[in-house]
Design a protein around this ligand. Structure first.
Ligand code: NAP
Ligand code: ZN
Ligand code: ZN
Length: 347
C-alpha cells in the first residue's frame, strides 16, 4: 500500500486538516501520479459541508488534478513514467452499459466511481481525491496533458473546463447564437472563454459589478448586472442559450424569460435546494430547461487538446493548502478570480 498525505474533512462542515491514508499499489492497468496542482471546485465545498446530502467521511476533496506519472502497471500502454497526466471527476465506471460504451461514463447507468466522495467499482472501497500528494487510477481514466500550457492553469479544465465545453458542444453552440453565461466563477469564466472561442455572441449575467472588465477580457461582448431586475428588460426573449453556473438558489423563472423561441437554459450549477418553475415560462416560446453533468473521457481529452491548440487555460489564483478554508469563504461570497488552484508542494 502507498501511504498518502492529504487534507481531509473528518465529518460534515469540519475544517480540513492533514490526514494520512493508504492507496493501492498500481495494478497492471493502473497509473500512479504525483499530484502537482489541484483546482478548487464549488462542488468540493457543497460536498465537504454535505449540502447535497449523503457525503462520505473522511473526505479528501479535489477532482481537478494534474501531475506527473511516477509509476505505471505492467500492462499500461497509454503512459510512461515522467509524463504529465490529469484526472478529472471520474476514476472508473462499469464500462459495459450503453452510456459507458458511448464514452458517456458520467451517465453510467450502473453508477460511475467519482474521484472522491464515492466508491470504486467494488462499491465498497472509498475514493479519495486530489487534495493529496499522489493518486492511483486505471489508465482509461487518465488524461494526456500538453506541456505547451501552464500546468496550474490546466488543472481547472478537468472539471470547470469540461463541464462547460460539453453542453456547448452538445447543443452545437457557435456563430450566430446569442449565449448568456449566468455567474462568473470557475465554471462561468470557462463558459465565456469557450462560447466566445466557438464564435457565439456572449453576454455575462453577473451579480458582481466589479467583474465587468474581467468578463470583457475573458471574451464576453456584453455585461449585465442582474442585481437590478430592470437591467434585464432589454434582453427579454433575446438569448438562444443560457449556461447557468450559479451555485446558490436563484429564480430560474427570471432567466427563462430571457430566452427566445426554442431557447434552452442549461443548468450546470447545482444549488442544494429545489426550485419552482412556472410551466408558462416553458410553454410560451417552446423553451427548454436542461442540465448537463461534467463530460465523458473521450470528450474531456478532446477539450484538453482543443485548449492546447487554442492556448486556453483557466485564470487562476494559486494558493497554499493551509489557505483552503479562506478560499472556501471567498468562494461563498462570489469572490473567485476565477479559480483557486492548490500548489500541492505546500501539503
Ligand atoms: P463558483 O466559482 O463559486 O462560481 C459561482 C458563481 O455564481 C459566483 O462566482 C457568482 O458569480 C454566482 N453566484 C453565487 N451565488 C449567487 C447567488 N446567490 N445568486 C446569483 N449568482 C450567484 O462555483 P463553480 O465552481 O463555478 O461551480 C458552480 C456550480 O456548478 C456549483 O453549484 C457546482 O457544484 C456546480 N458544478 C456542476 C458541475 C456539473 O457537472 N454540472 C460540475 C462542476 C460544478 P457572480 O459574482 O458573477 O454573480
Ligand atoms: Zn467540479
Ligand atoms: Zn456504465
Amino acid at each position: 500500500m502507498i501511504t498518502t498525505k492529504s487534507y481531509a474533512a473528518q465529518q460534515a462542515k469540519a475544517t480540513l486538516a492533514s490526514w494520512n491514508f493508504e492507496r493501492r499499489e498500481p495494478g497492471p492497468h493502473d497509473i500512479q501520479i504525483e499530484i502537482l496542482f489541484c483546482g478548487v471546485c464549488h462542488s468540493d465545498l457543497h460536498q465537504v459541508r454535505d449540502e447535497w446530502g449523503g457525503s462520505i467521511f473522511p473526505m479528501v476533496p479535489g477532482h481537478e488534478i494534474v501531475g506527473r506519472v511516477t509509476k505505471v502497471g505492467s500492462q499500461v500502454k497509454k503512459f510512461k513514467a515522467g509524463e504529465l497526466a490529469g484526472v478529472g471527476c471520474l476514476v472508473d465506471s462499469c464500462r459495459t452499459c450503453n452510456n459507458c460504451k458511448q464514452g458517456l461514463e458520467q451517465y453510467c447507468t450502473n453508477g460511475h466511481s467519482p474521484t472522491y466522495n464515492g466508491y470504486e467499482q467494488d462499491k465498497k472501497t472509498p475514493t479519495y481525491g486530489g487534495y493529496s500528494n499522489t493518486i492511483v487510477v486505471h489508465e482509461d481514466f487518465v488524461l494526456h496533458i500538453s506541456d505547451k500550457l501552464s500546468l496550474q492553469g490546466v488543472a481547472p479544465l478537468l472539471c470547470a473546463g469540461i463541464t462547460t465545453y460539453s453542453p456547448l458542444r452538445h447543443w452545437k453552440v457557435g456563430k450566430g447564437h446569442k449565449v448568456a453565461v449566468l455567474g462568473l466563477g470557475g465554471l462561468g469564466h470557462m463558459a465565456v472563454k469557450f462560447a466566445a472561442a466557438f464564435g457565439a455572441e456572449v453576454t455575462m449575467l453577473s451579480t458582481s459589478p466589479s467583474k465587468e472588465a474581467d468578463a470583457k477580457k475573458l471574451g464576453a461582448h456584453k455585461f449585465i448586472l442582474t442585481s437590478k431586475k430592470e437591467n434585464l428588460n432589454p434582453v427579454k426573449g433575446y438569448f438562444d442559450y443560457i449556461i447557468d453556473t450559479v451555485s446558490a438558489p436563484h429564480d430560474y423563472n427570471l432567466y427563462l424569460s430571457l430566452l427566445g423561441t426554442n431557447g434552452v437554459q442549461i443548468c450546470v450549477g447545482a444549488p442544494p435546494s429545489p426550485t419552482e418553475i412556472f410551466g408558462f415560462n416553458l410553454i410560451g416560446g417552446r423553451r427548454s430547461l436542461a442540465g448537463s453533468l461534467i463530460g465523458g473521457l473521450p470528450e474531456t481529452q478532446e477539450m484538453l487538446d482543443y485548449c492546447a491548440e487554442h492556448n486556453i487555460v483557466s485564470d487562476i489564483e494559486l494558493i497554499s493548502i493551509k489557505d483552503i478554508e479562506k478560499a472556501y469563504e471567498r468562494m461563498l461570497k462570489g469572490d473567485v478570480r476565477y479559480r483557486f488552484v492548490i500548489d500541492m508542494s505546500t501539503l
